[in-house]
Design a binder for this molecule. Structure first.
Ligand code: BTN
Length: 327
């Protein structure tokens, strides 16, 4: 947990400039030694603050904090009314896990949750999602579908489309989606979607839709990402406002969720096609210890990958997909 004193320190450091321990202590009302202790404990919690020899401390990058009011101001007129509320947290284990807990204690569908930092960010298939403080977007939305989970197999695809369209509206060029829901930019992974769901066979189903987007990743944190990655600041030349990005995502996502509930994935397929990174390319699918090679032939209306092998096209519902570099 990031304590109120630590929050004050982080606000002082948010400009990315070097601040001396003495100056920080004066603002926060603690001694220089106590500042050092607080910075150590932030480090232990996974918030990187760089010591500058004999000068003080600085954050790896300047930060513009998440701000609920700014997000609300940038929402489209018909979207705010469909949300049950927006929360911004300094820190949590995972915005998906936190929102699922809140669902269990009565949070209403339509609740959106964002955090500056995740200490145990989760990716697909049990992987870790590297979640540096203040540098990226970690957004989760609680939603209720009247149907059972079986009807939601294409949901992750719909969410990926919404995310890609929001990024295009932000001015990002060349966004692509890698089945099922990796967001790609300039040959690296820019973001991903994680959906946790709970429901009865007959419905309703409650889902927590989590979206992570690399906005600006400090170099050191980037080295921990175990695959080629990209960030918005790399392409746009500067980090865009995460508050605006969050609003654009919600503006796109909520109408798509309503449409998906009414009509399923089928009417969204024309939106997927131009974004499909692997369409008609040779790919490798890793699935339960097996490696399946073939040519990707798009997706069907359930969201399953159509993989052609020896002239036969078969659907695949999960797995890790990569491009085959050598045929
Ligand atoms: C993937 O592996 O591609 C999915 C990554 C999803 C990351 C987001 S960040 C917000 C939400 N909270 C999490 O713990 N994970 C998702």
């Amino acid at each position: 947990m990031i304590t109120p004193i630590q929050q004050k320190l982080l606000r002082q450091l948010s400009d990315g400039a070097v601040h001396s321990g003495t100056a920080l202590g004066e603002v926060v009302g603690i001694s220089r030694a106590a500042v050092w202790k607080q910075i150590q404990s932030l480090h232990a919690a996974g918030v990187a603050i760089l010591p500058e020899a004999r000068q003080g401390y600085r954050l790896p990058l300047p930060i513009h904090f998440l701000d609920r009011q700014r997000i609300e101001e940038a929402l489209a007129p018909d979207i705010g009314g469909q949300l049950a509320g927006i929360q911004t947290l300094w820190d949590c284990d995972s915005t998906n896990s936190e929102l699922m807990r809140q669902h269990h204690s009565g949070a209403r569908p339509g609740t959106a949750l964002l955090a500056e930092h995740q200490s145990a960010g989760r990716g697909r298939r049990g992987r870790e999602w590297i979640s540096p403080f203040g540098g990226s977007l970690y957004l989760s939305l609680l939603w209720r579908f009247p149907s059972g989970p079986m009807a939601l197999s294409g949901l992750a695809i719909a969410v990926g489309i919404a995310a890609a369209e929001a990024l295009m509206e932000l001015g990002v060029e060349g966004v692509e989606l890698k089945w099922p829901n990796d967001i790609h930019l300039q040959g690296g992974k820019l973001g991903g979607v994680l959906i946790d769901l709970e429901g009865e066979t007959e419905g309703p189903t409650h889902v927590v839709i989590g979206i992570g987007i690399n906005v600006e990743i400090p170099e050191q944190e980037g080295q921990r990402i175990g695959q080629p990655w990209s960030s918005l600041s790399q392409q746009l030349g500067a980090a865009p406002s995460r508050n605006r990005l969050a609003a654009l995502l919600l503006n796109r996502l909520i109408p798509l969720l309503n449409r998906f509930e009414q009509q399923g994935l089928e009417p969204l397929l024309p939106q997927w096609e131009p974004l499909d990174l692997v369409k008609d390319r040779k790919v490798v699918l890793q699935l339960e210890g097996k490696t399946i090679t073939g040519t990707a032939r798009g997706i069907d209306r359930t969201g399953a990958l159509q993989l052609e092998h020896s002239g036969v096209v078969r659907p695949y519902f999960s797995g890790d997909l990569s491009l085959r570099l050598h045929s």
